[in-house]
Design a protein around this ligand. Structure first.
Ligand code: ADP
Ligand code: MG
Length: 542
């Protein structure tokens, strides 16, 4: 402002304009500088932002690529699994189909086998005889006091052998006696080493016949001490007439047959089956019911009689039949009955059994209406049984003496309908009394009486078997209670197996020869010609 003093207005204005211009120039340069700085900074930021974004997108790309790979791999895995699954499905389908084919083939084969089995059984005839030679045992050595050491040694010498599966050889030469060398042929011969298992294996097929509608009888014949009870029941407990149930491998035919019957029943098409048991003893030509109970429920033996029904069948009125549902129930029941058996120790063997034991399993099949024909595969049996089964239920049920009506499978609980039919088949398992002759056992008095009854019943049995083997019109079943009782399961189209039991020692030579002779006579001579149709029916036979 000092500089302005004395200046004209015009000059002042000029100076002021110049000053403003200069200020303007100065401002604009600052703005430019600022602008430049901001621009630079912005550029830098943009650049770093750009590189950051770039990095981010690269990262993203990388990660999504990995993800994609993983997804692809997973998809591939799933595809592979699907493929494998499909292959498995195809395989499973193929397997299912071939299994179905196998099942069908198996069914056909089973039927064929059954037909073959039945014709084989038929070809063998209705009576077959097997022979079992027991091992030499410690008690075979014991002789009487009067017997010299030398003779004792000879006594325990083995004279009976199984020459092969079908031949028994008896070979013996004693000073002062004619030497013996004889062979006997049977359907099957067991040597002393053959197990209970092996013996039962040959018996089992008969049980198939049982479920096919045939009555079956299996009986052990032989002198006391020859192994009848061992073969039929198993080893007996010391001092007890019952047998040991624990040792399964030692069980005899009776328990095994029962197990097999229950097994076969479980395989059958649905129908109702139940199994009843009766245990009787034939002693001095009298029948004792070993399952009858007194009013306290205690088992005691009661005398029964055997009669022939109007249909020509043998029947024991009032006999106790207990329904059993499995083999162990059966075993306990039989064991209880066995403790009542009458025995008399003879010189031959301390636990000699002087009575015939008959264990009977009655299998009743109830068939509803039209299913009847399908139950038995062979037509003939089916027709035959159809005829026999025409009886309807209610009356029969009342006639039967069922002792355990509380069982689920007991007949009493089955609602009787008009279409219901029942068929009974019977399996009789017999442990015969010793076949030795009186002189051998050295018995007198009451025991002598026993022995003569035994001899009479056994010769009645031999007569019956002889008559059947020769197809005679008359079969003398009624000559003894034993044969009368067994009539339905040894005559007609029933299948009988006689198991001859033989002691191998020289001491028993005479008895063994007698037993082998019995077996030989019992065998049917005309094998293959015995057709069940031609067989004399029991009612005609009397
Ligand atoms: P049975 O009933 O004919 O009088 P047992 O069956 O009581 O004869 O047999 C007499 C003895 O011989 C018994 O001690 C029995 O255990 C034994 N025994 C019988 N057969 C055989 C065998 N095959 N193996 C072993 N021991 C046997
Ligand atoms: Mg015995």
């Amino acid at each position: 402002y000092q500089g302005l003093a004395g200046r004209s207005t015009k000059e002042v204005l000029q100076l002021y304009a110049a000053h403003g211009h200069q200020m303007k120039l100065q401002r604009s340069s600052v703005v430019t500088q600022l602008h430049e700085a901001v621009k630079k900074r912005l550029k830098q930021d943009l650049k770093s932002l750009h590189s950051f974004a770039l990095e981010l997108s690269k990262n993203f790309q990388r990660q999504s690529k990995t993800c994609l790979y993983q997804i692809l791999a997973a998809v591939q895995g799933i595809q592979l699994q699907n493929e494998a699954m499909r292959m498995f499905q195809i395989k499973a389908f193929d397997l299912e189909q071939s299994l179905q084919e196998v099942i069908e083939r198996y069914e056909k084969e089973k039927q064929k086998r059954k037909a073959l089995h039945n014709s084989l059984v038929e070809l063998r005839g209705n009576i077959r005889v097997h022979c079992r030679i027991r091992p030499l045992l410690p008690f075979d050595d014991a002789g009487g006091h009067s017997v010299s050491q030398d003779r004792q040694r000879n006594f325990s010498e083995k004279v009976a052998y199984a020459a092969d599966d079908e031949t028994v050889l008896v070979k013996c030469s004693r000073p002062g006696h004619a030497s013996v060398s004889k062979t006997f042929q049977f359907e099957r011969v067991y040597n002393d080493l053959e197990s209970q298992d092996a013996v039962f294996a040959d018996v089992a097929p008969l049980l198939t016949s049982l479920l096919d509608g045939y009555n079956v009888c299996i009986m052990a014949y032989g002198q006391t001490g020859s192994g009848k009870t061992y073969t039929m029941l198993g080893p007996q407990l010391e001092g007890n007439l019952a047998f040991s149930i624990e040792e399964e491998s030692e069980l005899g035919i009776i328990p095994r047959a029962t197990q097999e019957v229950f097994r076969l029943i479980s395989e059958k098409p649905p129908g109702s089956y139940w199994v009843e048991v009766s245990v009787v003893e034939v002693y001095n030509n009298e029948i004792f019911d070993l399952l009858a109970k007194d009013s306290y429920g205690k088992v005691f033996g009661v005398k029964r009689d055997v009669v022939t029904t109007r249909e020509g069948k043998s029947d024991v009125p009032l006999l106790t039949h207990e329904t059993v549902e499995n083999a162990s129930e059966f075993l306990h029941l039989v064991n209880k009955g066995l403790q009542l058996r009458v025995t008399h120790p003879t010189l031959v063997h301390a636990h000699s059994s002087r009575s015939h034991l008959v264990v009977t399993l009655t299998i009743t099949t109830v068939v509803f209406g039209d299913n009847f024909g399908t139950l038995w595969e062979d037509e003939q049996t089916s027709q035959r049984l159809n005829k026999e089964a025409s009886c309807t239920f209610p009356q029969k049920m009342r006639d039967n003496k069922f002792t355990s009506s509380s069982r689920a499978s007991s007949p009493v609980q089955l609602e009787a309908t008009e279409k219901m039919k029942q068929v009974k088949t019977r399996l009789q398992l017999v442990d015969l009394a010793g076949s030795e002759c009186i002189g051998m056992s050295g018995v007198t008095g009451a025991a002598l009486r026993e022995t003569s009854f035994i001899n009479r019943s056994l010769s009645a049995l031999a007569d019956v078997l002889g008559a059947i083997a020769e197809q005679r019109a008359h079969v003398p079943y009624r000559n003894s209670k034993l044969t009368h009782l067994l009539q339905d399961s040894i005559g007609g189209d029933a299948k009988l197996l006689v198991m001859l039991c033989i002691s191998p020692g020289q001491k028993y030579l005479t008895e063994s020869m007698q037993s082998l002779g019995f077996g030989t006579r019992a065998r049917q001579v005309q094998r293959g010609q015995v057709k069940k149709k031609n067989f004399p029916m029991p009612n005609k036979a009397k």
